[in-house]
Design a protein. Structure first.
Length: 108
């Protein structure tokens, strides 16, 4: 049984567009977790070796929550403004089967 929908998006950015894209995606991520009840997590992950590689790791309650995300003003703004900054992207939809968190006070 699925405990949510995981969305992983891999981006290859145009080298001159890295800073602008990061600003846009950060605004989209923050709005998603703040304004969307069905968005549980939205991480922006970057490569220390290659600043043009960027990964999004998102968790939604279900497909319907993700579909609503795709219609939000902040996502549509991100999509429109970032389109020319990206060389390529790959989207993967996965089922969340186990979500483990350390207990409070547990060593890391």
């Amino acid at each position: 049984m699925s405990d949510g929908l995981v969305v992983m998006v891999e981006f290859r950015l145009k080298p001159a567009a890295v800073d602008e894209f990061r600003a846009l995606v950060t605004a989209n991520a923050r709005a998603s977790v703040t304004d969307e009840p069905g968005c549980r997590r939205f991480d922006v992950v970057t490569s220390p070796e290659d600043p043009t590689e960027l990964l999004l790791y998102e968790i939604y309650d279900d497909q319907a929550a993700f579909d609503r995300h795709l219609e939000t003003p902040h996502f549509l703004t991100f999509k429109e403004r970032s389109a020319d900054l990206v060389e390529s992207s790959t989207v993967r939809l996965l089922e969340l089967n186990e979500h483990c968190k350390p207990s409070q006070g547990a060593p890391r």
